[in-house]
Design a protein around this ligand. Structure first.
Ligand code: A2P
Length: 342
């Protein structure tokens, strides 16, 4: 059986990765339709020997599709995911528009695949930092029982889209040529800088990104009482987010066992030989399906605590890969059937 798949936001940073991953993972597709804004309608996109003409994302586009993966921002998802669902096209949404909607499952296939069963036409993909952090935290939670965590993120510019990647490259080039550095994607220069500001600020002083990490972790882990405090920072890295985590657990933590459970978890690769300078880094985990976990050590501030460092390609595990894995789950669990050809 094969499916007609749409990508909404196909010209964007995540959209491009979706084209790659759907093919690379041999997702059973009878057709792939690339959708974006009216600005891109008529443009062509080529991947290996295949070329597609981009179409404008309009509600009628979903009439003939079985699955649509959205990565075109919250307002496009708010408008078009329900249109897709209405047309019996399952929407897998990368934006934050529906993540906390109680009727919409928020799914990380390695953690809560069963949640996908209750979908009503829309399935949400988690925030990129949350997905990456949980690849380290979840196996530890299963073993020791997570109680609370603190985290600081080091988030790559590709998390803000293709234009932000271009801005970092342009700033580095301008610096190399001794020219003035300009910016428009962030409120400050990102080259040679760190910006402790990801998404908008809320009244409590946290940012929306920091709220997402707490609320989405609670939903995915089904732990409404989970406590967490995070600081999200944009760093001048092109691709792959890194997260420093200090976690407290219900049970005493045995370091060797912690390394074992992380090393055998399907979403993680243990890279933890500090004596040989081996730890996960963004350059090594760009374009990798697994997230790297290292720097594991007994935490000196918590009683049953563990410190760890998690790195993952947020365009993949934090976005495109997780979405494709959700689509694969729908197929494997027979939660989707191809529409009859009209
Ligand atoms: P377009 O290239 O036509 O603007 P990124 O995350 O890299 O910034 O990419 C955002 C993606 O979302 C792009 O593919 C962009 O298409 C798409 N997009 C933006 N606005 C809309 C819209 N109103 N309808 C459909 N796609 C949109």
């Amino acid at each position: 059986m094969s499916y007609r798949v749409g990508i909404v936001g196909a010209t964007g940073a995540v959209g491009q990765e979706l084209i790659e991953l759907l093919h690379r993972r041999n997702f059973p597709m009878s057709e792939l339709v690339l959708l974006a804004s009216s600005r891109s309608a008529g443009k062509t996109i080529t991947w290996q020997d295949k070329t597609w003409t981009v179409q404008e994302a309009k509600p009628e586009a979903f009439d003939s599709l079985d699955i649509a993966i959205f990565s075109a921002g919250g307002s496009t998802s708010t408008e078009l995911c329900p249109e897709a669902a209405k047309r019996d096209c399952i929407a897998i949404d990368n934006s934050s528009a529906f993540r906390m909607d109680p009727k919409v499952p928020l799914v990380v296939p390695e953690i809560n695949p069963d949640a996908a069963r209750s979908h009503q036409g829309i399935i949400a993909n988690p925030n990129c930092s949350t997905a990456v952090a949980l690849m380290g935290l979840y196996p530890l939670h299963r073993e020791f029982g997570l109680k609370r965590f603190f985290a600081a993120t080091y988030q790559a510019v590709s998390g803000s889209g293709a234009a932000a990647m271009q801005e970092l490259e342009d700033q580095l080039r301008a610096w190399g040529k001794g020219e003035a550095i300009t910016y428009s994607e962030y409120p400050h220069q990102i080259a040679f800088n760190l910006i402790p500001h990801v998404d908008v600020f809320y009244e409590d002083g946290y940012t929306k990104e920091e709220h997402k990490m707490l609320n989405e972790s609670r939903k995915i882990l089904t732990m409404p009482g989970l406590k967490a405090s995070t600081t999200c920072v944009r760093v001048p890295v092109l691709r792959a987010h890194s997260i420093a985590i200090n976690a407290e657990f219900e049970k005493p933590v045995d370091l060797q066992r912690a390394r074992q459970v992380v090393g055998s978890f399907e979403g993680a690769e243990l890279v933890d030989t500090p004596a040989e300078n081996k730890y996960p880094m963004p350059l090594d985990f760009s374009g990798k399906e697994k997230c790297g976990v290292g720097r594991m050590r007994i935490d000196t501030a918590f009683d049953n605590g563990l410190s760890l460092w998690v790195v993952g390609d947020q365009l993949w595990k934090g976005a495109a890969l997780n979405a494709v894995q959700i689509a694969e789950l729908l197929v494997a669990d027979k939660l989707i059937s191809p529409k009859a050809t009209v």
